[in-house]
Design a protein around this ligand. Structure first.
Ligand code: FAD
Ligand code: SF4
Length: 607
């Protein structure tokens, strides 16, 4: 994208925020912050390009893949590189497939519905306005009527079906499975990008994974980043962040990055780490930051991405047309499923070198048989899935002992399919094979694979297990000006007033923060209890005991006390019942505060 006229900030200037990474996470955030009038800088490890730098050439396109070595372990180790992450101004969206289905409401409450995985801390109803807003802004093309959600409307008509999609349509119809044109984040008509220029309609060239030369495919570089730059954000490409400088109180004061072989530091008031599901936990683990929950790097997941391929009499030319142009959601909760959750099915498109590599890896062909098979390229077509993967304790990212050229330890990802993923993949292979048989394919084979990097810094509504809630409150109190003011006023109200802090405004902000956290608590309870105006009263005494025992104003004291009271409670309850357990816990607390009236972890200097 064109960065010639963007605003620039000095490295010694304390900017309001630094955003690390310009992918799907960092870019909308950058645009929002800049739009709100904040001085923001984005640091991006990859290069900047304009759309006409992209060519329909798989070898050249490798430069938009994240090729830094990632070690892969486990029973079903993930293939990295081209398979699942990109780099550059725009992040993985330069390289992604732009297949843009929405989450199903049932996927967000999997634990409540099926007793596995986790519920999301947001509901589908809360997400809905954002889906509509984002789809309208980035330009999503889709069918006039979506069979699994008839009220849904897409801003643009669908892209044409490629030949594999037409085969999938025929095969699924013969099996009584519904299909429709897939929601695609590429513009099927010329599209005036809000705040930028017109994006021309997709020309169905099929090289989406190599970077879209026309700008028809949605990437951050043609949507949110131009908006961010127009609003005053600065984007610095080829800047790899490897350190976060902190003051004596642990508050981040500068981001350290390497550019052109030299280290620079950008002073800042706040940092947003949006470096993707591998580099984000890698940097946090490298620096030993934000991991009081022990959850950083945990819950690594990858979509079950099994594919089935076949050969057809007629020409398929699978490199032509938008790749994933047909969808079925009928398998999201398949009637005959012997597993939890479900999968989406999509038609595939593929380009020749990727195809040859896949055949070698997935079908085990080599030498002349490989040559003979890949010569059938124009007649092959594939169908594939994106299946839910459940979080498991054995699937996680850690730092290995090997150092790479960034000076940091290489990440090692442990990943094994559990019984659920294995059963899902078997079910999908059987269904897709049947669809391909119905469509008239011969020489059908299954390619077992997983794709995409998911998890590692999850949100949640359980503060003991979620990084976001506890770390967010900690970060707010420790790393922001507001947090500093709250702590200052708590420690010495009169002195804070003397140095110009508006103590009344800080009181209001602290009250609002408390109210917000109480709301979060309500959200955490809502999947377990009926929502009603008095649902919190049963927890007031417990909450009071936690704060008194932990020490008023101490976040860690609160966490420690909550854990301690909870453990003592569940230890006593099976023997003496819930009421007796409460009384015993209360008596223990009374005894403890005789010894430490200020609580277990009281902040110093409190008045
Ligand atoms: C081949 C492929 C196909 C995909 N297809 C689809 C699809 O069809 N539909 C779909 O919904 N999703 C798809 N995805 C997934 C989707 O692209 C990602 O989920 C999404 O882009 C993740 O956003 P992110 O901001 O977390 O990370 P990314 O988009 O990966 O952005 C992270 C950015 O951070 C930068 N970075 C990393 N470390 C540092 C550092 N230390 N300093 C500075 N910068 C750093 C990286 O260079 C990168 O630009 C696909 C992904 C790939 C790779
Ligand atoms: S098929 Fe369409 S969206 Fe994909 S690269 Fe070609 S023009 Fe871009």
């Amino acid at each position: 994208m064109n960065l010639d006229t963007m605003k620039r900030y000095g490295t010694h200037e304390i900017v309001d925020a630094v955003v690390i990474g310009t992918g799907a996470g960092g870019s909308p955030l950058l645009a929002e912050l800049a739009g709100a009038g904040l001085r923001v800088v984005a640091l991006e490890a990859g290069r900047n390009r304009t759309p006409n730098n992209f060519t329909a050439d798989e070898i050249v396109a490798a430069e938009i893949y994240w090729l830094g070595e990632r070690l892969s372990a486990g029973e079903t180790p993930e293939a990295f590189g081209a398979n699942n992450s990109g780099t550059g101004v725009g992040g993985s969206t330069l390289h992604w497939g732009a297949y843009a289905p929405r989450a199903d409401p049932r996927d967000l409450r999997l634990r409540s519905d099926q007793g596995v995985g986790e519920d999301w801390p947001v509901s589908h109803d809360e997400l809905l306005p954002y889906y509509r807003r984002v789809e309208a802004f980035i330009g999503v093309s889709g069918p006039a009527s979506y069979p699994w959600d008839p009220a849904r409307r897409y801003p643009l008509p669908p892209v044409p079906l490629n030949a594999p999609a037409q085969m999938m349509q025929a095969g699924c119809a013969a099996l009584g499975v519904r299909t429709c044109e897939a929601p695609i984040a590429a513009v099927s008509r010329d599209f005036l990008q809000s705040g930028s220029s017109t994006r021309p309609a997709c020309i169905n060239c099929g090289y989406c994974h190599q970077g879209c030369r026309t700008g028809a495919k949605t990437s951050m570089a043609v949507t949110y980043l131009p908006q961010a730059v127009a609003a005053g954000a600065e984007i610095r490409p080829e800047c790899f962040v490897h350190d976060l400088e902190r003051d004596a109180g642990g508050r981040i004061t500068a981001v350290v990055y390497r550019s052109g072989g030299v280290d620079h530091r950008q002073k800042c008031a706040a940092v947003f780490l949006c470096a993707g599901a591998i580099e984000t936990p890698r940097l946090l683990l490298h620096l030993g930051l934000a991991n009081s929950s022990g959850q950083v790097g945990r819950n690594y997941m990858a979509h079950v991405a099994t594919q089935v391929w076949g050969t057809f009499e007629q020409e398929m030319r699978p490199n032509k047309g938008f790749p994933a142009s047909l969808i079925t959601e009928d398998m999201l909760r398949a009637a005959d499923a012997d597993f939890s959750a479900g999968y989406l099915v999509q038609s595939l498109g593929i380009v020749p070198v990727t195809w040859a590599a896949q055949v070698t890896r997935g079908r085990g062909l080599w030498g002349q048989p490989l040559v003979d098979y890949i010569q059938k390229f124009n007649h092959v077509a594939g169908i594939g899935i994106n299946g839910e993967c459940l979080p498991q304790p054995g699937n996680y990212l850690e730092l290995s002992d090997e150092i790479d050229d960034t000076g940091m330890r290489k990440p090692r990802v442990n990943f094994s399919y559990g019984p659920n993923e294995q059963a899902m993949s078997r079910h999908a292979a059987k269904f897709m094979t049947a669809a391909w048989e119905q469509a008239g394919a011969s020489d059908i084979w299954t390619f077992e694979r997983s794709a995409h990097t998911i998890g590692t810094c999850r949100m949640g509504n359980d503060p003991d297990r979620a990084v976001a809630a506890f770390a967010g409150t900690f970060a707010l109190l420790r790393l922001t000006d507001l947090g500093l003011f709250i702590r200052t006023v708590t420690q010495n109200r009169d002195m804070a007033g003397c140095v110009g802090i508006s103590t009344r405004r800080v009181d209001v902000a602290a009250f609002a923060l408390g109210g917000g956290l109480a709301g979060l608590g309500g959200l955490a309870l809502s999947p377990i209890y009926n929502v009603n105006p008095t649902m919190g009263t049963g927890f007031i005494i417990d909450s009071f005991m936690v704060v008194v025992l932990g020490g008023v104003g101490s976040l860690f004291g609160t966490a420690l006390a909550a854990l301690g009271i909870g453990l003592v409670d569940v230890g006593i309850e099976p023997f003496y019942g819930a009421v007796a357990a409460k009384v015993i816990v209360l008596l223990l607390i009374v005894l403890l505060i005789q010894w430490r009236p200020e609580g277990l972890v009281a902040p110093k200097g409190r008045r």
